[in-house]
Design a protein around this ligand. Structure first.
Ligand code: NDP
Length: 444
């Protein structure tokens, strides 16, 4: 059996009931076969892949908090510090009822390669809790965040591990967590990113993942003689990533006709009104079903459906495994030319294969949504030098990073004979830097 297959099998055996983690490991290791096979003897001797798929540290803790009625609740908190070969651990905190160790491990594993692709010195990690901020009062969210940070603060630091936002963790949650860290440790340092502008946040961080996605899509299309202008785009999600994808896509002259939340989706043939969307989601924290009240021509549908709409470009920006084989078939039948992942692993393995087999340009999340973590790393730099850069400066750096990522993954794919396969290109390019650093640092 090949070394890759042996390691995949062991991961499945040793981490039962973690299907998303198995999926992520399989996707990465499968596409690294050409590199691993060429170095099999030395990698085996050094147990390189075993070290790569085992987190350096995983922390699981109790998070008790009291609701407004005086009832005590107990959630579970996680931080998986996966790999620090190229820099301090970096990765978001997800607050969603679906969170479990397997989900955090899949996200942490992907984060290693994504962070490497940014070209910045950041290792891979992820954390979160099964707490659901939806429907909670601000006071309840604060109670949870303070309790969560009371434990987490023992394991993180500006030079060791710098968490950020993710699903369910926005500016409000980061603010409460930062305040609690500062209170307990007595340190005003850049221990979290995604902070508010008044206490060390970076301009353009809020926009970064969405804008970054559009910058890399634009570069990819440009290299294939195409542009974003006048394209019809379908987006899923209505959170941080989706909102700023829609904003930048419209600035670049495209028309975005869908968005969604976990209850339903909007079809607005005149183009999603991003100001209305921001008002509903960022200000009022309402459900998307409210959207037609502001835009009567738009349709609201319960359940899933964004991928059934004809579009040129599909951008899944909600959650893992939200675009399956049936969705991929509909997209191809409707003439889609490109799919780029704003969310982490939103496309199932079968759907990815189908899209690639039908010559759809496919950009995987670890490259396409890396603008968020890249700008988080820029926030760390600003915190270290106690300076704030202008929006334009950060945005220009973000754009350069995303264009650099596209060419890095495109070159890696070509170098190994997989021209146009950006999944293989991203995994190999991300892996090579991490492996080089791991080898240089000995068996640790
Ligand atoms: P938000 O919490 O801001 O928004 C998430 C959106 O996706 C919401 O509209 C939410 O709907 C929807 N959603 C979440 N879970 C589900 C589900 N199980 N089924 C259907 N819809 C769902 O999160 P972000 O926008 O920050 O993150 C979205 C994705 O992008 C995630 O995969 C995240 O890991 C990834 N990502 C985020 C980055 C960032 O900088 N924020 C960086 C890189 C990747 P509802 O409100 O109903 O729950």
């Amino acid at each position: 059996m090949s070394y890759v297959d042996e390691v995949i099998e062991r991961v499945i055996q040793e981490n039962p009931n973690e299907p998303e983690f198995h999926q992520a490991v399989k996707e990465v290791l499968d596409s690294l076969r050409v590199v691993v096979d060429a170095n099999e003897e030395s990698y085996r001797k050094d147990a390189l892949l075993e070290r790569l798929v085992n987190p350096e540290r995983q922390i699981k803790f109790r998070v008790p908090w009291i609701d407004d009625a005086g009832q005590v609740h107990v959630n579970t908190g996680y931080r998986v510090q996966f790999n620090s070969a190229i820099g301090p651990y970096k990765g978001g905190l997800r607050l969603h009822p679906s969170v479990n160790l397997g989900i955090i491990k899949f996200l942490g594993f992907e984060q290693i390669f994504k962070n490497s692709l940014t070209g910045l010195p950041i290792g891979g990690a992820k954390g979160g809790s099964d707490f659901d901020p939806k429907g909670k009062s601000d006071r309840e969210v604060m109670a949870f965040c303070q309790s969560f940070m009371t434990e987490l603060c023992k394991y993180i630091g500006a030079d060791t591990d710098v968490p950020a936002g993710d699903i369910g963790t926005g500016a409000r949650e980061i603010g409460y967590m930062f305040g609690q860290y500062k209170r307990i440790r007595g340190l005003f340092v850049g221990v979290l990113t995604g902070k508010g502008l008044s206490y060390g946040g970076s301009l353009a961080r809020t926009e970064a993942t969405g804008y970054g996605l559009m910058y890399i899509v634009e570069e990819m299309l440009k290299c294939h003689g195409l542009t974003i202008k006048d394209k019809l785009i379908s987006v899923s999600g209505a959170g941080n990533v989706a909102i700023y994808v829609i904003e930048k896509a419209q600035q670049l002259g495209a028309k975005v006709i869908t968005c969604s939340d976990s209850d339903g989706w909007i079809y607005d043939l005149d183009g999603i009104d991003v100001q209305v969307l921001k008002d509903i989601k960022e200000v009022k924290r309402q459900r998307l079903s409210e959207y037609p009240k502001y835009r009567p021509q738009a349709q609201y549908h319960e359940g899933k459906g964004v991928w059934s709409v004809p579009c040129d470009i599909a951008l899944p920006c909600a959650t893992q495994n939200e675009l399956d084989l049936e969705d991929a078939k509909m997209l191809v039948a409707n003439g889609v030319i490109a799919v780029a992942e704003g969310a982490n692993m939103p496309t199932t393995a079968q759907a990815t294969e189908y899209l690639q087999a039908h010559d759809v340009y496919f950009l995987p999340g670890k490259a396409a949504n890396a603008g968020g973590v890249a700008t988080s790393a820029l926030e760390m730099s600003q915190n270290s030098e106690r300076l704030s850069w202008s929006f334009e400066e950060v945005d220009q750096k973000l754009q350069a990073i995303m264009i650099g990522i596209y060419h890095n993954i495109d070159d890696a794919a070509r170098k190994y004979g997989f021209e146009g396969n950006y999944v293989v290109g991203a995994n190999i390019a991300g892996f090579e830097k991490v492996v080089d650093a791991m080898n240089a640092q000995g068996i640790v």
